[in-house]
Write a protein that binds this ligand. Sequence first.
Ligand code: PFF
Length: 445
Amino acid sequence: MKRDEFSGFFGVLVATVGSAVGLGNLWRFPYLVGQNGGAAFILIYLAFVLIICMPIIVSEFIIGRRTQANTVKAFQILAPGTPWSLVGVMGVIAALAILAFYTVVGGWTFDYLVRSVMYIFSKPDVTSLEQQFTQMVTSPVRPIVWTVLFMGVNAFIVMCGIKKGIEKYSRIMMPVLFLMVLILVARSLTLEGASAGLQFLFKPDFSKINTKVVLAALGQAFFSLSLGMGCLITYGSYIPKNENLNKLAFTTGISDTLFAVLAGLAIMPAVFAFGVSPEEGPGLVFIVLPRIFAQIPLGNVFAVLFFAILLIAAITSVISLMEVVTAYVTERFKMKRKVAVALISVFVTVCASFSSLSQGVLAHVKIFGKSIFDFFDHLSANILLPLGGFFIVIFMGWYLKKEVVYDEYTNKGTLKGTLFSMSYFILRYVAPVAIAAVFLDLILR
Ligand code: PFF
């Protein structure tokens, strides 16, 4: 049977941008910006995206499309009999680690969307919002039920396959998402006092920068672009042979960054206009925003809009994470897609339940000093993804033959190979040194 693939440039783009744009942009990016000093953090983030990450996106696409296989098999095909396939295995583990906390936040989002539809936030009782959030996340049952529902939606889409599932639903969801974000930005920017938020986002204070901030920016760049764990290798394996990988990578990177900035523009002006601290952390979008929605005209409508955006963004990312594992399991164990997705969903739900419980009854359980939830987050974004990215650039720059890379980059010499030399130089020298430096500095401290 012919392997499923995306239908063309737009099909690939909505799927990869869908994977990239997610809670990382709308939930993680704003609070990291808040905690790490605003504009200076954003600048470092942008530098990482443009210089280091773009060539890595192309690399993952190349590895995937060349081999037309899941992320473990891809390395086995390109480097048979070597331990390189462990990079692929690490990717599958990273996907599961991200799913283990990401789907919990997806569940919270579902809960908040339904609540905002039921006009709970119409009461301007702003004092109890924090309590409501804490009560919800710490409760043993409720968030797990929502997480299960959330997983169900994702499982359904992934079961439908690449073209008829992932691509089909991304084609509908991504344009809607973009329009909805624009409406929210317009609302936020027209609030009185919005300019303080703009200053925070765009006026850098370089005294705030230290290694922790730089690592957070690197981790966030990888996380936001779905990089360093074989997600784009997996999606790359479904890209038709005649598509321009460089163009696709560039458009994906730019779109994701645009979305992150738009999310910042939707959230920060509102946060400052209402005199809230931007350093609120993970609760930012669940506590602070509802408080703001409760105080503006038509706030209910904007609340529904916002949580719908968050939910759509989360879904298009979770399906890509699930696809990494699904492609591996179906191809490795010759399992039917539906069966594989069902098994993976059950496994993820069990792990997610532990993350969820770690907000409440299991709060005392610590792994390396972190709650289960934070451990999965830290392990994936700050360790597995940059490490995976490091190995991928070494693999591309130093292991694979340059001709192979060039051949796939230019579709067998039929494209001009724009920027090839520069990208290759970055892969060989700049990216590994930069990633290693950030890591070492942190370890040696
Ligand atoms: N890029 C997603 C986000 O920003 O929310 C998260 C993510 C999805 C990370 C898929 C990694 C991945 F493979």
